[in-house]
Design a binder for this molecule. Sequence first.
Ligand code: AMP
Length: 110
Amino acid sequence: MCIFCQIASGEIPTEFLYESAKVLAFKDFLPQAPVHILIIPRAHFENTAELAAVDSETTGELFGAARELATSLGLDGYRITINTGASAGQSVLHAHLHLLGGRPFAWPPG
Ligand code: AMP
């Protein structure tokens, strides 16, 4: 079972900042910004492209959860990052959004 599936199943005890039937959010354990939250589907998909191909409702909920979290945390701006594939820096092969905030972000990204 992948690490995010272990988190979703409760095998790795984790505090959830957003929780629904299909989606979970929790803090990244190596935060890259003062706010760094991972938003994942409970079900296993290798990346968000694979999820979006079959389940647009859950894909949309990932973004809705990001909006809700950003609002509840009072972020005036934030960045959503989706690494897809090893060349883009994806290290966990379970679909996820990164919600990053609380500091300025440069463009273009590294
Ligand atoms: P990515 O590189 O886009 O696949 O992002 C994976 C993210 O998951 C990284 O930012 C890691 O720090 C984070 N991560 C990996 N394992 C855990 C875990 N057990 N709990 C919280 N965050 C994790």
